[in-house]
Design a protein around this ligand. Structure first.
Ligand code: NAD
Length: 255
């Protein structure tokens, strides 16, 4: 039995992963705004510290897996919370759990998105996230006022941060990977479907997915479980698309 901590584990994909890991006999601690084992608002530094301290107390002998899954959709308000939760909270908490993960030769699985490649790697907002000045990023996205850029940019930055840190974490025995889900039936997706601006675009995109529409949180969780387990012990630095073929459809020349 191993210990896994999941942020955003009270709903959606995080909850499905929690249930699956527990059904395999693992211990799981969830951190969420509400409804998790630990209540913390990861959009701010105080909440992140609270989450990290709680995880350290819960797993003093080491953590096998950390999954910063909490995320906000492109329609979330205020807009500056989108990069704060989707990028900054994931990276900051992971950095503070690094020692705990190394104690159990653990792994971290970041949750990016099939939409991440929709912004180029050198997009100014992506680079600003990677420069790690959260206040500046918040001000920049508030001025741009574009939820799509906030979401896609923070997910792109997250995948790039993961790739840039694979070697250094591997040197401590920690595997880093990311999963890139496509449209998954959760509360987050409902918020986008119900948005007057993005809703129709999302419905059109859903119709174009090669596998036919969207999927369940359980389908995503099953692949996450594989990436967290021993069967994936040689998988390092992968951005694993579970998106019904939409990334291949949009970017047939990339691999
Ligand atoms: P969800 O809304 O069902 O779950 C997200 C969870 O994060 C919720 O429990 C929420 O309370 C928590 N959360 C949000 N803000 C928080 C904060 N400030 N502090 C603590 N917890 C907070 O959404 P989901 O679809 O399960 O999303 C999980 C992850 O998957 C997100 O990172 C999301 O961006 C990503 N993702 C989802 C989809 C999709 O189609 N649903 C696609 C690609 C990526």
């Amino acid at each position: 039995m191993s210990k896994f901590a999941i942020t955003g584990g009270a709903r959606g994909i995080g909850l499905a992963l929690r249930d699956l890991l527990m059904s395999e006999g693992h211990d799981v601690l969830t951190i969420d705004l509400n409804g998790g084992d630990i209540t913390a608002d990861l959009s701010n530094i105080r909440g992140r510290k609270k989450a990290v301290e709680a995880i350290k107390k819960w797993a003093p002998k080491g953590l096998r897996g950390y999954i910063p899954c909490a995320g906000l959709p492109p329609v979330a308000k205020p807009i500056e919370k989108i990069p704060s939760v989707n990028f900054f909270s994931a990276v900051e908490t992971l950095e503070n759990l690094r020692h705990l993960l190394s104690m159990d030769r653990g792994c971290a699985l970041l949750v990016t998105s099939n939409s991440a490649p929709m912004l180029p790697h050198d997009d100014p907002f992506v680079l600003e996230c990677l420069a790690r000045d959260e206040v500046k990023v918040g001000a920049q996205i508030t001025a741009i006022a574009d939820g799509h850029i906030a979401y896609v940019g923070s997910k792109r930055a997250l995948a790039m941060w993961m790739r840039q840190n694979v070697v250094s974490y591997a040197n401590q025995g920690i595997r880093l990977n990311a999963i890139a889900p496509g449209i998954t039936q959760t509360g987050l997706t409902d918020q986008v479907f119900n948005d007057p601006v993005l809703g129709q675009a999302m419905r059109d995109f859903e119709k174009s997915v090669p596998a036919g529409g969207s999927t369940t949180p359980e389908t995503i969780a099953a692949v996450m479980c594989f990436l967290l387990g021993d069967a994936a012990k040689f998988v390092y630095g992968a951005v694993f698309f579970v998106d019904g073929g939409s990334d291949a459809m949009l970017r047939p020349k990339h691999f």
